[in-house]
Design a protein around this ligand. Sequence first.
Ligand SMILES: Cc1cc2nc3c(=O)[nH]c(=O)nc-3n(C[C@H](O)[C@H](O)[C@H](O)COP(=O)(O)OP(=O)(O)OC[C@H]3O[C@@H](n4cnc5c(N)ncnc54)[C@H](O)[C@@H]3O)c2cc1C
Length: 387
Amino acid sequence: MRNRPHRIVIAGAGYAGMMAATSLARRTRRYASHITLINPSTRFVERLRLHQIAAGQQLAVHRIPDILAGTGVEFVNDRITAIDPVRRSVEVGGSWLPYDTLVYAVGSLTTTCVVPGAAQHACTLNGIEAAEAFAARLREAGTVAVCGGGLTGVEAATEVAESHPHLKVVLISETPPGSMMGPKARRHLYNGFTRLGITAMSGSLVTKVRPDGLDLANGTTIPTDVVLWTSGVEVPPLASDAGITTDRHGRVVTDGSLRSVSHPEVFAVGDAAAVRQHWGTIHGTCQSGIPTGAFAAQEIARQLAGRPPRRFRFGYIHQPVSIGRRDAVIQFTNADDTPRRWYLKGRPAILYKQLVSSSPIYTYRLAKRLKVSARLLASSGGKRNRD
Ligand SMILES: Cc1cc2nc3c(=O)[nH]c(=O)nc-3n(C[C@H](O)[C@H](O)[C@H](O)COP(=O)(O)OP(=O)(O)OC[C@H]3O[C@@H](n4cnc5c(N)ncnc54)[C@H](O)[C@@H]3O)c2cc1C
């Protein structure tokens, strides 16, 4: 019979880790447990808004200790440098912190390793400092190239073009920008590009980033003062270095209850987890990350209560995309993120997008007081998935 508290360590205080922390605090109140949340910054990084910082906008600062106030969760402002799954410990600041349960929530980053010169000469949205460094470069720039036609590239290009109308903004991608959206939503997006003076060049594979331009596979060179790289994802190698089973992207492979298939005392959530559903594997979004954090908290509380594991179910509902501050488009989706017929544009879409971007902070506040259900947060999956 153990007489010490159950030690829960949460690695990373992003969208998923913060959801796990606030939810766990509420759900484990009546059990003897100790929760530690570890993150390298005291500021909660709203990745959903990093393109706004990149365009030079000032955002509200949310401090992690303030969000956690009153929960009893211990916050450690540091970076985990290693995991020892045999001794069940994480290395922080040169010492080892033991855990009984680890929640792996270290997120993901844009990788600049795929194209020569990108690591040296391109900016990224990998954190607040990186976004601010890009914003500073814009002050002396005449031309900006945004590489990557996914939603991050689209939001960054439109935000920069709207905030800096004197800049020439080029959006370069292999596949057409916003190709995951339906034709009507995409048309609205392209009208936005035209209005903001953005040149979209799709079918263009970048082969090299130079200090003053980009080389394309078709032999052309695009002169540019600043490059923003948004394509390609990597997950910190902590789990794979520790021998925890990961997929080829470094994401922890999970069972139906979000536990590592090799180390069931490790739950993996958010972008750092490879989570399979009946329709495929979840790709990293805040939309999916927050429900995984809430679900892991529920499952850990169930374990402490001696109850059997349950199955995580999730389905996408939307692709919310800002087109600067004065326009947006929301593509509603099937559970597997393929587009449905419905979409929103203009004023209703702007309001919808604002709600989506600000809702995580409110959800954490709510989770401190109430048992927020993961099934409710993953509402589409709860209704439509039948696995
Ligand atoms: C510009 C932009 C716009 C986006 N827009 C949307 C959108 O509209 N909708 C949507 O659903 N998704 C959007 N996304 C994607 C979304 O931001 C991510 O999917 C989401 O942040 C993933 O949450 P997470 O908690 O897994 O990781 P993160 O939010 O990245 O958090 C991970 C945390 O772990 C910390 N960490 C990393 N390594 C360590 C370590 N070794 N030790 C301790 N802590 C560590 C990090 O510092 C970070 O705080 C956008 C992303 C970007 C960049």
